[in-house]
Structures are given as C-alpha cells and as structure tokens.
Write a protein that binds this ligand. Structure first.
Ligand code: ARG
Length: 501
C-alpha cells in the first residue's frame, strides 16, 4: 500500500489539525502515566487476535517485538510524544508501523477501538493505585494503633459544638478514626472487586465482527470478569465517580483530623505540639511555628471535592456512547489520587510524631463541668430521680458553680443538698464520696465501659480487635498483589514465547 507519508488515521479528512487545536483536544499529558499499560493492553489484545486466528504467528511475533521496542524507547526517552498526536494510542500503533510496516503494525487495532482501550488502561491504572492507597491507609492505621496503645490513659477533653462535652482519651479519639479508615479500606476493596473487569473488546460502541475472545484478554491482563455490555463500556464512567467519591470521603476525614490538630496545637489549647519537620515559620515573625502542611491537608480536601464535582458535572450532560468530553475523566481522577496520597502521608507523619501535653489535657478535662452528664447519671442511679429531673438539677448545680467560680466537684454536700431540695421540692439521697467520684473526669472514663466507650479496658479490646481486622486486610492486599503478579507472569511468558527475537 502506498503510504505517501500521509497521516493514516485521517483518510476521511484532507487537512491536518492545527497544532493549537491538536493540543487543545490532546490527553497526552495525562496519558504519560498509562503509556506502559497501553503497551501491555495492545500486546494482550494481539495475543488474543493470534489465538483466534485473526492475525498470523509472524504478524504477532513482529507486533509483540515492536511493542517491546516501544516500551524500551519510552523508558530510554527515545520515544517522544509527538504533540501533533492527540493521545497515546496512535503513538504506540504508529511506532509499531514505523518499525515493521503498515501491513504488520496496521493489524494491531483489529477488533478494538481507543474507546475500550482507554478504559482498559485507566482501570488497570486505578487497580494499581487502589492497592497503593490501600497500603498507605493500612500503614497509617498502624501508626494510629501504635500511638493509641500508649495513650489509653491519657485523658483529654472531648467536644461537641467545639464546647467541652465529655472527657475521653487520646486512644479513644484515635480509634474513632481507625474505624473510619477501616471503612475507607472496605470501600476501596469493594471498588477493586467491582471494577477489576475487562472492558477490552467492546470496540468503538457496539462490539466487533472479528471472532474475539474477551475472556482470554481478561486472563492475560489479570481481570476477574468482563464488563459485558459494549455500550456500557464506552459510555459510562461511574467507576471514576465512585473512585473519586471514595477519595473525597478519605480527604474529608483527613481534613477533620487536620482541623483538630491545628486547633489543639494553638497556644490557647496547648494540648499537643507538632513535630518541627511538619511545621513552618514566618518570614517576618521569628516566634512562629505554623502548622502549614496540616492546614494544606484541610485546604486540599476542597480540591478533591472539586475533582469529584468536576466528574459529576462532565458526565451528566452527555448522550450515551463515547463522547470526547469523557477524556476529561483523567485529569480530576489523577489529581484526586495524587492529592489524597500526599494528605495520608502528612497526617500519618503528624500522628506518628505527635507530642502530647498530658498535663494540659488533664487540666482542661477537669474544667468547665465536663462531668455534668456523669453526675446526672449518678443521681438517677443513686437518688431515685428520673434522668430529666437529674438533668435539670445538675443544670442548676452548674449555674451555681459558675456563679461561685467553682467546678461542679467543688460544691459542698450541703450546697448540693440545698439546691436539690429547692429544685425537687424534697430531699434526695446521695453521698459526698459518690458525688466526688461522679465528678472526677478520670474515674468517669473508667466507668464508661460499655461497647465503644472510652474506658481503657474497652479501648484495649477495640485496639486488639482492630489490630486483627487490619491483619486480615493486609493479607487480602498481599493476595491481590500475588494474583496480579501471577497473571502478569503468565502474560509475560506468552509475550516472550511469541515475540520475534
Ligand atoms: N484520549 C481519549 C480519552 O482519553 C481516548 C479515546 C478517544 N476516542 C475517540 N473516539 N476520540 O478518552
């Protein structure tokens, strides 16, 4: 065939794209991450084409060798991404054509289209990133559990409405986020299963007349199952929305932790100190120790939500089928992946290097009537009043304590008895020692020992349980990696067996 040095992809058109237009519609920048995956996908597809007798053994041998050469040229920097090309797929195909001629290289695209190919690349990339983020989350949970285990007795004030609520411990606080991140891991794990499926072979929209074997490319590429409906493959990006949602949820939690850390490290709270290597100073004010990286975790959560929003908005306004708009799936996804990866790193480092000011935390936990609810519960259990009556009585006791500039626990038994009589209209029985104990923040923690409470014994049970859960997840991760490695080994063997040497 006469090639005339013509652009073989544009027989229908008599003019080339202007460079500016090509760059406008190009995804080359985002495609840099998937170049090697794209080469794998084309190799797998061509192994299948040969198995199905669609291409000859000689064609396969040269195609595989050409693709291996493309890989090497990419690794060594020999393969430049021609800016006149609009994405990676024709660049890979053209490289094989340049090496072995259009009769050979021109066969690689039988029975596939860029529409299914790009989804295949992206799903493989996401699969790897899913495992990476999961590993990062697991490592971060390890840090949280380790720090928690040395703080089961470290009392701290807990807040609702940013006002003193009930006392708790650092361990109880950290474990609350361990549970959040375990759910994030579960979400990522479900995503892994849902989308580790082969889209390749859907072709442009409605399949192909070639007798392809989609099960075989699934096997070669380590997929477990097939995304069957060809229209579904090329039209939908729900996987991207779901993945970005999972990332946005992680970012939201990290942002909340960041907010706590920023607040607690202020002079006013003084509950913690951040490691120096996670803080910055001021160019003007020499005394400053600013929690900049932590603040950025909070700030960047907004960008991740914007990434998710970006996907939702792009996807809602297009008709069924492949539309070029769908190319805009990649930038926000890539950005969300990168951002959340860095945010996990920062928060894991902050918690790992946290200096806790135990005295200050205890001091704050003894102030501001933080055990008021314990006292109300004490009256219900020991004085025969209903919770609502006890709540009202303690409210009045708090009012009195505030007027007298005292803490609840500092009111005398007589004062309490008088106020109780006034409020209830009769005397109530309570003993001074019980009253004291009920208003002590430390013993309050020990007594809140029902499932999920802050009592050290319960927190230690949760620690052990979460440790075990994490162990299971670590195993699952290793199994998934092993499975992918085994599939890849089989795939590489096939490439080696058939490629021209
Ligand atoms: N670069 C494209 C993307 O990322 C690949 C698919 C192009 N398909 C097409 N029909 N123009 O979506």
């Amino acid at each position: 065939m006469k090639q005339n040095k013509k652009n073989l992809w544009r027989g229908r058109l008599s003019k080339e794209l202007k460079l500016k237009t090509a760059q406008f519609i190009s995804s080359l920048k985002e495609d840099e991450r998937i170049v090697e995956i794209d080469i794998d996908v084309v190799q797998a597809h061509n192994l299948m084409l040969y198995k199905q007798e669609i291409i000859t053994r000689d064609e396969l041998a040269k195609i595989l060798a050409g693709l291996e050469q493309t890989r090497t040229d990419w690794e060594t920097g020999e393969l430049q991404l021609d800016p006149q090309q609009i994405d990676i797929h024709p660049i890979v195909e053209k490289h094989v054509i340049d090496l072995y001629g259009v009769e050979i290289g021109g066969m690689t695209h039988c029975g596939k289209s860029r529409n299914d190919q790009v989804i295949c690349d992206v799903l493989i990339y996401l699969r790897t990133e899913n495992l990476k983020i999961s590993r990062q989350l697991i490592d971060m949970i390890d840090v949280f559990l380790k720090v928690a285990s040395s703080h089961t007795d470290t009392v701290m004030p807990g807040y609702t409405h940013t006002q003193h609520a009930q006392s708790t411990t650092i361990a109880h606080y950290l474990l609350s986020y361990v549970d959040v991140f375990l759910r994030d891991l579960d979400r990522l794990s479900q995503l892994y299963v849902r989308f580790n499926k082969n889209p390749l072979g859907a072709c442009a929209f409605g399949g192909t007349t070639f007798d392809i074997d989609r099960e075989y490319t699934a096997r070669l590429l380590g997929f477990e199952g097939i995304i069957e409906n060809t229209i579904d493959v090329v039209s939908n990006r729900d996987f991207a929305i779901e993945y970005a949602s999972a990332l946005a949820i992680i970012a939201a939690s990290l942002s909340k932790i960041a907010d706590d850390l920023v607040l607690w490290s202020t002079y006013e709270f003084g509950m913690i100190e951040l490691p120096d290597d996670l803080t910055d100073t001021s160019s003007a004010m020499p005394q400053k120790k600013n929690p900049c990286p932590i603040e950025m975790v909070r700030g960047k959560a907004g960008s991740v939500f914007a990434n998710l929003n970006n996907l939702l908005i792009m996807l809602k306004g297009i008709p069924t089928g492949y539309n070029k708009d769908l190319q805009e799936t990649k930038p926000p996804l890539w950005q969300a992946i990168d951002t959340v990866g860095s945010c996990i790193y920062i928060i894991a480092s902050a918690i790992g290097g946290l200096k806790v000011n135990k005295d200050r935390m205890l001091e704050l936990s003894c102030k501001n009537h933080i055990t008021a609810i314990d006292l109300a519960e004490y009256f219900v259990m020991h004085s025969g009043v209903s919770f609502r009556q006890a709540h009202f009585l303690v409210g009045r006791l708090v009012q009195t304590a505030i007027l007298q500039k005292k803490e609840l626990g500092q009111l005398s038994a007589e004062e309490v008895g008088d106020i109780a009589k006034e409020v209830m209209g009769c005397e109530i029985k309570f003993d001074a020692a019980g009253y004291k104990e009920a208003t002590d923040p430390k013993s309050s923690i020990t007594r809140r020992d029902a499932i999920g409470g802050p009592a050290p014994v319960e927190v230690m049970r949760m620690l052990a349980d979460r440790q075990a859960q994490l162990g299971g997840l670590k195993k699952q991760l290793v199994q998934r990696k092993d499975k992918l490695a085994a599939a890849n080994e089989f795939f590489r063997q096939q490439v080696e067996a058939y490629r021209l040497k």
